[in-house]
Structures are given as C-alpha cells and as structure tokens.
Design a protein around this ligand. Structure first.
Ligand SMILES: Cc1cc2nc3c(=O)[nH]c(=O)nc-3n(C[C@H](O)[C@H](O)[C@H](O)COP(=O)(O)OP(=O)(O)OC[C@H]3O[C@@H](n4cnc5c(N)ncnc54)[C@H](O)[C@@H]3O)c2cc1C
Length: 427
C-alpha cells in the first residue's frame, strides 16, 4: 500500500464543500481493502501522524481535512451483497450506488439524504437525516453491522450491542474508520406523488407538518423557506410512495421514485456550471426541541434575507421523533419531538461568508440556550468548551472510547474535538 504525494490528489483533498477551511495533506491513500486502511493507520499511529477518512468531502468546515494522511474512501466502494431486507457495502460507496443496487432487487434504504452524492461512511459518521426520518430515524438507525478500523490499525466487526458500534455511529470519525456496513432495506415503490403546500407562516407550516408525522399521513415530509425577488415562500414538501395499480388519493405531481430521490441532481449540475458549488458554504444545522423550535424558526426566518442565502439557498425544517434515534453520539434535545433546522447559505463572496461564520456561532449559542444541539456537519466554529457542552454527560464516555480505540489520538482531527497536531481549537 503506497502513499501518494501527487499534487493533484493532495490539492483535491485539501478542501471540502464548505470552502472555508484548507489543510493540505502530506499524502493521500487510495485503499482497496480494509486491511490496507489498517496498514496505513498502524504506521501513522506509530509515527504520530494524523489520519482522516474522506468520503465525498461534502462536510462544511474541514471535518475530513488534515495536514497528515487522507484516506480517500472512494476506492473502497464495492456493493458486496444485496438481499430483500439488507445490503452489505463498503463505506466509500455513495448513497446513489446503494440505492441503485437495492432498487434492482426491488428494495430501497429506508432513509435517504436529500442529496445522494454522499458516502455511506460520511453520513454514518454524522447521522444522516432525510424526509423519512420521522418514521425510520437516522441512517445510523438502519445499520445492523459494521466493519471498522480503529486507531491502533486493527480491523473489527461490531454489532449494536458493542461499544465500538456506539463509538463510531455518529462518532465523527473519532474512534474508527468505517470500512463496511450492513444496512437495512425496505420494499421499494415505483412512483411518488409529490406535493408542495404553501403556508403564510412558519408556525402554521410547522403545525401541519407535526400533524402529518403524528398521523403518518405521508411517507416523506420536509419544510422549506425560500427567498426570492417576489418575497418569501414557506411550504411543506410531501410525498407518498406507491406502486400501481394502488394509487394514493392525494393531489400532486407524479414522478418515478428514482427521479424523486435524485431531485437535487439538476441543482448540483447548475451550481457546478455557475461555480456556486465551489464557493464558500457557511451552512448551519441544529436540532431544537419542539417546545422552542417554532419560535426560534419564526424569528430566524424573519431575520434572514434573500441576500443572506443567495438564490440557491433555503432554510429546511424537519420534525423527528427522538425515540427513533439510537446512536448516543448523535446529540439530540431531550424531548419526544425535535426539529432539525438547516440554513443553506450561498454567500456572494468570502467576506460575507466570514461574517456568516461568526453569525453561525451566535445562532448556535442561541439555539443551545433554547435546548438545541448541533448537527455537526456544517460550519459552526466550535471551541473545546462547545464540544464539552455538546457531549454533556457523555463527554467522559467519549474520552474513554477515544483513549481505548485511538490511543495515539491520530484519527479525524478536523472537527477539533480533541487537540491534535493539526488542530488546537480556541478555548
Ligand atoms: C449538497 C449537500 C446535501 C446534504 N444533504 C444532507 C441531508 O439531506 N441529510 C444529512 O444528514 N446530511 C446532508 N448533508 C451533509 C452530509 O451528510 C455530511 O456532511 C456528510 O458527513 C458528508 O458525507 P461525505 O461522504 O461527503 O463525508 P466527508 O465530508 O468526506 O466526511 C465527513 C466526516 O466523516 C468522516 N468520515 C468519512 N468517511 C468515513 C468513514 N468511512 N469512517 C469514519 N469516518 C468517516 C470524515 O473524516 C469527516 O470527519 C449534505 C451535504 C451537502 C453538501
């Protein structure tokens, strides 16, 4: 297994979707097996060199970056086995490939992210939320077995009763690199009846959205706010999945199921063409408890402007049942229902992006005062104290897992949870 010092590979691995943090790795590895990942990690641990797995690099604030060695997981992307109720895939596989393989068998992952160009390992190390999460939980709740390389450079298989399983799912890469996952599948449907329901206020949209998920009215429910030249538009996007001849009684547009799941591909193509995909993206994601979420959302939506978000930007909100989410390191408010609120910003220039990064920290602190927790995929410049607060009573447990599974403290310096050669976060 050789380390590559190729400039092109190192440049590509030195930035992420956020375009706010840059760290150039000393080398990039493109592994073909878990054994090769283990070999690299073992020698890096012996030399005290940081290592970060890179899925698709769609994090927002350097989570997959390091000045040490980047393991480019895209070469470890085989679909090993597909059955009606499960799929076994390498962690570098994209969710697009997982969906395609499952679909050929008449099945589908219960939870898909809005955008499918993300890797299995990348979303499982964060959570993975989608418009069906109110029913099935996060993508981390659909995993039945994992193969993991820990920081000592050994390969392990783990299941939900194992500490290692809990330490890596939603674990932001701190205790291990996921190399393979067994994921639960559900029966696929061929078509989707999709509808957008406009609302005058976020409060009324959130109330209807909550009712939809309480009664299980639709298969997919998402709230959105978009800002345009003609003002603000607040709407719910709902979808019912079905296979003919059974037809839903809902109004709306009919689309093939796969087209619905690939609904962001066109926006990606456009933004790639216009350059918007490669500009800074100070995105913000937090969970708020239902008791405070709607007021928070209402003032947020009032305060934001079309210029804050850019033409491609929006605010998303999804209510979910926290009891359906089981990964302990995915931090959630202690209420039955929590809302994921996401601000997807496309600022016009780097100066605006820098100011928005500061706003993100203020917004996080405000959300935290209202019982909120971060979903740490975006760009909130956390201090060490913020991470302690984030993990709360589980902080000693995470520290213990870190010293057990990554004793040389080399894995995934990007988030800045533990001080490393790369990252000594501000106190
Ligand atoms: C356009 C867009 C749409 C998105 N939509 C959603 C959405 O609908 N729902 C949602 O939940 N999120 C969404 N996200 C966020 C995304 O899920 C996370 O940022 C995710 O971590 C990115 O996956 P990736 O493969 O690009 O990971 P990377 O950015 O490459 O890595 C993310 C983190 O995981 C670590 N990591 C990567 N692979 C592994 C592995 N195999 N084992 C252990 N650690 C690993 C990295 O070191 C890094 O710390 C979206 C992001 C973008 C840019």
């Amino acid at each position: 297994m050789s380390l590559s010092h190729d400039d092109g590979l190192r440049d590509a691995a030195s930035v992420d979707f956020g375009h706010l943090v840059h760290h150039r790795p000393s080398a990039v590895v493109r592994p073909r097996s878990a054994r090769e990942v283990a070999e690299v990690v073992r020698s890096a641990a012996a030399a005290g060199v940081p290592v970060a797995a890179r899925g698709r690099g769609h994090s927002g604030y350097g989570q997959a970056l390091t000045t040490g060695i980047v393991i480019d997981m895209s070469t470890l992307a085989t679909v090993h086995e597909v059955r009606d109720d499960r799929i076994v895939v390498d962690a570098g596989a994209g969710w697009d490939a997982v969906l395609e393989a499952a679909w050929r068998r008449g099945s589908a992952p219960p939870v898909l992210t809005d955008y499918l160009g993300l890797s299995v390992g990348g979303t499982l190390s964060a959570g993975g939320i989608g418009g069906t999460s109110f029913r099935y939980g996060l993508q981390t709740d659909t995993v039945t077995e994992l193969e993991v390389v820990t920081g000592g450079g050994t390969v392990h298989t783990c299941v939900p009763s194992d500490d290692l399983f809990a330490a890596v799912l939603g674990g932001l890469g701190q205790c291990g690199i996921i190399t393979r996952a067994t994921l639960r599948l559900v029966g696929a449907r061929e078509r989707v009846r999709r509808r957008e329901i406009d609302h005058a206020t976020v409060t009324s949209a959130a109330a209807e959205q909550l009712w939809f998920i309480e009664v299980g009215r639709f298969d997919f429910v998402q709230g959105q706010v978009r800002y345009g030249a003609s003002g603000r538009r607040i709407f719910l996007e709902t979808a019912t999945y079905y296979t003919t001849p059974t037809e839903p009684h809902d109004d709306g547009e009919d689309v093939p199921y796969l087209d619905f799941q690939h609904r962001l591909d066109a926006a990606e193509a456009l933004l790639t063409q216009t350059g918007g995909w490669f500009q800074p993206h100070p995105w913000w994601n937090c969970f708020l408890p239902a008791s405070t979420a709607v007021d928070f959302l209402e003032s947020l939506v009032d305060a934001l402007t079309a210029d804050d978000l850019g033409p491609a930007g929006c605010v998303l909100f999804y209510p979910v049942f926290t009891e359906r989410m089981h990964a302990p390191l995915v931090r959630l408010p202690p209420e039955r229902v929590a809302y994921l609120i996401a601000i997807l910003r496309f600022p016009p220039d780097a100066t605006t992006a820098a100011a928005q990064l500061t706003q993100n920290l203020h917004l996080y602190r405000e959300a935290r005062q209202r019982g909120g927790t971060a979903y740490p995929i975006g760009a909130i410049p956390f201090t060490t104290a913020d991470w302690h607060h984030h993990y709360g009573t589980d902080w000693p447990r995470l520290r213990e897992w870190k010293s057990r599974y990554d004793p040389a403290q080399i894995l995934t310096p990007g988030p800045g949870i533990f001080p490393t050669r790369d990252h000594c976060p501000p106190q």
